[in-house]
Design a binder for this molecule. Structure first.
Ligand SMILES: NC(=O)C1=CN([C@@H]2O[C@H](COP(=O)(O)OP(=O)(O)OC[C@H]3O[C@@H](n4cnc5c(N)ncnc54)[C@H](OP(=O)(O)O)[C@@H]3O)[C@@H](O)[C@H]2O)[C@@H](O)CC1
Ligand SMILES: Nc1ncnc2c1ncn2[C@@H]1O[C@H](COP(=O)(O)OP(=O)(O)O)[C@@H](O)[C@H]1O
Ligand SMILES: [K+]
Length: 524
């Protein structure tokens, strides 16, 4: 299980370790610097020979301190190292100052103002040790200066970020900026300032996995610096965010199909039925024992012509649904994909929620409540999962979405994790907030990020209908008896695995068909 830390959590862990007397700040800084140097040579073994020249950019805090350690350790390996400092050496915090003083015995320190784009890249490695978890405000002119230097037009140098790329908030993954109307992704188009490698310590930081973390970090390597893995010292009110991982087992024993649950997926009307069929197929493939598609009369023929293993049942309106739900074997319900946003949809949602079944609400089942989200929140219960994408999230939680879209001007800034957690508390159920950085939050405080970034990148998932399949996956797992948080996390994780298994060219129909191979890979 990979835990992701905020700046405050990381600081609490460091402080507790230092206060325990088991380690000093200087020792941690030395290990951090060593970790960066190790990572550089692991990533680029070719640097063991050839042009041994590095440029290290140091900032005014402990991130800069790590930079001075890196400079010294490279110098010990007989590298030629140029060091630039942002800020005043006299004001460096004690550990960084100590490492600054060790460096000035070996080499010069120039002002960052003198760091300009060379004619071609003259060094093999550039180390960004300016700001890490202590970034508290935009770095303004410095950012512009660096953007000019590391402009993509000049070809990408080996740029290594220490802990976080400078200027990027380690909690939310956005570049802190002044004077913009909305959050801008990092990097801006045509202003590429991206690290190829980010070396972080102890655990990755939440911001590495949110918004454009991947675009600015390149690749994240975590180096152990000898801090204890015991999280007892962390502030309790908000649990640690995890990277989503599957909590899945194969079908066990000699049970009959009903032992694996019966999912009910509701179809839209004539001409809008494909989305629900995608969800139903997903629910069946992921292991629900039976799946029934509930269809209005107008769409019966259309659905019948396109279904085989998924069963079909005519359900007309809320009254029809109430009757069907009297059969308690329907132990999970999925509604929203292709359902339409008429009054009927509201009635269907309210009927399902009153029946108190494990329920997944997606798409139109959410959008329908744009004008009256409180009606929905009043009925959602702890066995529900709602799966909004950005647009649906904004309609249900406009104030939260506004905070998330507001310019990130001070660090640590409000993040997608904060937004999903706040939404889960308000909705009273699990919220799965989609994107390449899907955040899944439970009102009890558990939270995970299902990342489709870095080595799990799956941009092909951004294809029509893939969200419908995800809703089906989650409801199928709930039919199998998975609790909502585990179903959401596992469903989202498998969704990305299926996309990766298929690769480019993926369309939504392909997703569920990859599950058998993905399950085989998991040894199920
Ligand atoms: N503690 C430890 O034991 C270990 C820590 N480690 C390393 O330390 C890093 C955290 O160090 P840190 O807390 O000193 O923060 P850091 O990121 O260097 O920046 C803070 C400085 O920048 C300043 N500043 C902020 N924003 C600014 C801006 N926009 N423009 C200008 N100035 C700005 C801020 O000033 P202030 O906000 O106080 O005015 C302060 O002076 C962490 O990422 C890791 O690399 C490792 O060695 C492992 C052991
Ligand atoms: N760039 C991306 N990389 C990986 N996954 C993505 C990306 N963009 C979107 N997704 C995922 O694709 C799915 C799209 O769902 P949704 O927006 O509801 O689409 P639809 O309504 O067409 O089904 C979500 O699971 C989302 O997390
Ligand atoms: K940095």
């Amino acid at each position: 299980m990979t835990e992701l830390l905020t700046a405050a959590q990381m600081r609490a862990i460091e402080q507790a370790a230092i206060e325990s007397g088991k380690v000093t700040g200087l020792e941690l800084m030395e290990r951090a610097g060593q970790g960066v140097v190790e990572a550089i040579f692991e990533e680029w073994p070719e640097l063991q020979s050839g042009n041994r020249k590095a440029v290290v950019l140091c900032g005014p805090g402990n991130n800069g301190g790590d930079g001075f350690v890196v400079a010294r350790l490279l110098n010990e390996r007989e590298w030629e190292v140029e060091v630039f400092l942002y800020g005043n050496a006299d004001k460096l915090p004690p550990d960084a100052k100590a490492n600054y003083e060790r460096w000035v015995e070996l080499g010069e320190v120039q002002s960052i103002e003198d760091f300009q784009r060379p004619l071609g890249w003259t060094a093999s490695v550039y180390v960004d040790a300016m700001f890490g978890t202590g970034l508290s405000r935009p770095i303004g002119d410095l950012h512009n200066q660096l953007w000019e230097v590391f402009d993509a037009d000049a070809g990408l140098p080996r740029l290594v970020a220490v802990d976080t790329p400078s200027g990027v908030c380690s909690d939310c993954g956005f570049v802190l900026r002044e004077g913009t109307k909305e959050r801008l992704p990092a990097p801006l188009p045509n202003h590429v300032f991206e690290s190829q490698l980010t070396v972080t310590f102890h655990s990755p930081k939440v911001g590495h996995y949110l918004s454009d973390g991947e675009a600015s970090c390149g690749k994240v390597i975590v180096k152990d610096i000898g801090l204890p893995r015991d999280n007892n010292m962390l502030p309790k009110e908000k649990g640690v965010v995890k990277l989503a991982s599957p909590i899945i087992h194969g079908k066990r024993g000699v049970n009959h199909k009903y032992a694996h649950g019966h999912a009910l997926v509701l179809s839209g009307t004539h001409g809008s039925t494909g989305a629900a069929r995608l969800a139903a197929r997903g629910a069946l493939r992921i292991g629900a024992g039976l799946v029934t598609l509930g269809s209005p009369r107008s769409a019966m023929l259309e659905n019948a012509a396109n279904l085989t293993a998924v069963m079909l049942k005519q359900i007309d309106g809320a009254l029809g649904l109430t009757e069907v739900l009297e059969d308690m074997r329907f132990n999970a319900v999925c509604l929203g994909p292709g359902l339409g946003v008429r009054a009927d949809t509201q009635a269907l949602v309210l009927t399902v929620l009153k029946a108190n079944r494990p329920t997944v609400l997606d798409a139109d089942a959410l959008t329908r409540f744009s004008a009256n989200p409180d009606v929905l929140f009043g009925l959602l219960h702890k066995d529900c999962v709602i799966t909004p994408h950005g647009g649906e999230f904004t309609k249900l939680f406009p104030d939260i979405a506004e905070k998330l879209a507001a310019p990130a001007t001070t660090g640590p800034a409000y993040s997608k994790v904060d937004a999903a957690r706040e939404a889960a508390t308000r909705a009273g159920c699990v919220v799965l907030f989609k994107g390449p950085d899907t955040v899944i939050a439970d009102p009890d405080g558990r939270c995970s990020i299902n990342s489709a970034q870095y080595d799990r990148a799956a941009p092909w998932l951004a294809t029509a209908g893939s969200g419908d399949v995800l809703a089906g996956f989650i409801s199928g797992l709930m039919a199998r008896g998975f609790p909502p948080m585990a179903a959401a996390e596992t469903g989202a994780w498998l969704h990305v695995e299926c996309a990766r298994k298929f690769g480019p060219g993926l369309i939504a129909e392909d997703l569920a068909e990859q599950l058998p191979a993905v399950f085989r890979d998991l040894g199920l």
